[in-house]
Design a protein around this ligand. Structure first.
Ligand code: EPZ
Length: 417
């Protein structure tokens, strides 16, 4: 097992943002609906992507992944079972359920278990596929789905679900007739999935809104080469590095409209920005102001940025609050930040962060991907050395993290435990 040692550091410079993990994962699953070899560029080389590729390979796909470019052909798929040992390491494996069922009319996907950040059931994915005509049994820990054919219908999601929406979009592509999804997720990752399908001939309306209509087709799709959008959460995390260190830092290779919700919260904290077409620079401020944040579905404030803002709020001049509305257990980083000298109290869904705290290096434990990144941010400004254990969480979603941090001046070392 690996650990990260971070020393108090001055930072400056530029960070090039990688492709978005959470956009790439459904796009890789989407290749199950294709009849040709597909080339996808700007795929981040992170553990979750490699898990997804391992799964597609186990199903029988031909895969080549080099220098962030994936060549994949799913015509050789000869198994439709996503086994427990893969799904237990990555819940996003559930994204194969919709496309596998739509193409092969039967599949088995291990039911994901609980997760460090909440219960995270997949009942809404299942309910929607049942409404489209699937017969679904939960047996031996597997979702066993079968259908004669999937039939388009109206799906109203009780709750907005990102991967649930993506799964049903993909299933709808090969369903009979029109599928209408109401209360659909509008995250940029969902939008890119729809856009790629549309560019390749699938009839989709309402892209970027909460009502999507997808016309099913009988033929598999032919998909032209394309590039994954930049990772808005990685971008936001590096902006928070600039914020916590109160230093000038530029992030490049981004789509600024995807991070407006993040930038506007940093503006509330009194930071200013130089904004360009594909890059943004955060500038230092005289006084970091406290902030009140409520996580919400897009375009609201992303739950995946809450932990990083909490780290920054420890340096604000006053009391901040963060309310987590999406997941029931996403404050695991609080106890760890408090070990570094933060003063954060939790009351139900709300964390109160008392600012102006000098953080002091200590040993801390990474618990999930974004919680871990908050500990890295804290480590940059904590006096002395911060040692983060179980850092494999970080490498699930941040490409070249140590190199990127070294390049902006962070004294960081990856070591064996
Ligand atoms: C996606 O997870 C992301 N993962 C998560 O990113 C992100 O935190 C989350 O969306 C919210 O933005 C990927 O895109 C691969 P949801 P997802 O279904 O789709 C409840 C990261 O760090 N729900 O939108 O699994 C659920 O429990 C990760 O990169 C049901 O009740 O999230 C949650 O409370 C972590 N039943 C809420 O809905 C269902 O069937 C939203 O979850 C599905 C979801």
């Amino acid at each position: 097992m690996k650990l990260l040692k971070i020393k108090n550091s001055k930072i400056s410079g530029k960070v090039k943002i990688s492709g978005a993990k959470n956009a790439a994962l459904p796009l890789i699953a989407m290749t199950i609906l294709a009849k040709n070899e597909i080339v996808i560029n700007n795929i981040p080389n992170v553990a979750d992507i490699n898990t997804m590729l391992k799964l597609l390979k186990l199903l029988g796909s031909e895969i080549e992944f080099q220098n962030n470019t994936l060549k994949i052909n799913t015509n050789s798929i000869n198994s439709t079972t996503a086994t427990y040992d893969i799904v237990k390491t990555m819940r996003a494996s559930i994204l194969t359920l919709g496309p596998l069922l739509a193409r092969f009319k039967e599949c088995k996907v291990s039911l994901p278990g609980g997760c460090a950040i909440g219960l995270r059931p997949v009942d809404l994915h299942i309910k929607a596929l049942e409404k489209m005509g699937a017969e679904i049994l939960i047996e031996n820990g597997y979702i066993h789905a079968k259908c004669h054919e999937l039939v388009g219908c109206e799906i109203i999601f009780d709750k907005i679900t990102v991967t649930g929406t993506e799964n049903i979009i993909m299933a709808a592509v090969l369903a009979k007739g029109e599928t209408k999804i109401l209360n659909a997720a509008k995250e940029p990752e969902v939008v890119q999935l729809c856009e790629i399908l549309k560019e390749n001939g699938v009839k989709i309306e309402g892209i970027g809104t909460s009502t999507l209509s997808i016309q099913g087709q009988t033929d598999l799709i032919e998909i032209k080469p394309f590039s994954v959008i930049p990772d808005r959460i990685e971008a936001g995390t590096y902006l928070c590095a600039g914020a916590i260190a109160n230093s000038k830092l530029t992030i490049t290779n981004i789509i600024p409209t995807h991070i407006e919700n993040i930038i506007s919260k940093l503006e509330e904290m009194n930071f200013s920005f130089e904004k360009n077409k594909n890059s943004v620079t955060i500038l230092p401020t005289d006084e970091i102001k406290p902030v009140n944040i409520v996580t919400n579905e897009h375009p609201g404030f992303p739950t995946d940025m809450q932990a990083q803002f909490m780290a920054v709020a420890t340096q604000a001049n006053g009391v901040s609050t963060i309310e987590e509305r999406l997941f029931e257990n996403r404050f695991m980083h609080v106890a760890e930040l408090n070990r570094l000298g933060a003063d954060i109290k939790i009351n139900g869904k709300v964390a109160t962060i008392y600012g102006n705290k000098q953080l002091v290096g200590a040993d801390v434990m990474a618990t999930d991907l974004r919680a871990s990144s908050a500990l890295v941010l804290a480590g940059i400004i904590a006096s002395g050395q911060t040692t983060i254990h179980r850092v494999y969480h970080l490498f699930r979603g941040y490409e070249n993290l140590t190199e990127k941090l070294k390049n902006i001046g962070v004294d960081i070392l990856l070591e064996e435990e």
